[in-house]
Write a protein that binds this ligand. Structure first.
Ligand SMILES: Cc1cc2nc3c(=O)[nH]c(=O)nc-3n(C[C@H](O)[C@H](O)[C@H](O)COP(=O)(O)O)c2cc1C
Length: 134
């Protein structure tokens, strides 16, 4: 199995409604492909982890990278994994002003609880990037 982590920038006008559509598609498709992961959205950027059989992850990632709802897709990390770090599908939103921000943070840190230190470090760095994104 492999795991890919990428970031991208949402196109203008992409909002929570689009995210719900994406989530619906992801839930329906990813289980068919035996792919799990995590999708974070902070109203400007996406950060996604995809993990599963290499062929399936590559196929899905290729399809996702062509999606007009985002641009500047950058693969941050790709690694072989023996076990999944994100065993079920999850998605978290952060619109940047929600009062539940700390709740979201807690949720994310819980999701990262069982991940490797390198994955966690990558998330923390990226979360800082998210914060300072213009
Ligand atoms: C940031 C982002 C993440 C996405 N993640 C997934 C995903 O995990 N799984 C998925 O099937 N589609 C995902 N999509 C949607 C795909 O790009 C594409 O629209 C979808 O796979 C098309 O499915 P269909 O061929 O069944 O119509 C994502 C799109 C965006 C913009």
């Amino acid at each position: 199995m492999i795991q890919i982590i990428y970031i991208s920038s949402a196109r203008p006008m992409v909002g929570l409604a689009d995210c719900h559509d994406i989530l619906q598609t992801a839930v329906a498709n990813n289980s068919k492909f035996d792919v799990t992961g995590l999708l974070l959205f902070n109203s400007k950027r996406f950060l996604q982890v995809l993990e599963g059989p290499e062929r399936h992850v590559d196929y899905l990632f290729h399809k996702i990278s062509l999606d007009p709802r985002h641009r500047a897709v950058v693969e941050l990390n790709r690694k072989q994994i023996g076990e999944r770090e994100f065993g079920s599908w999850a998605m978290a939103f952060d619109d940047g002003r929600s009062p539940e921000r700390s709740e979201l943070k807690q949720r994310i840190s819980k999701l990262l609880d069982r991940t490797s230190p390198s994955t966690r470090a990558l998330f923390e760095t990226t979360a800082d990037l998210h914060k300072s994104a213009p």
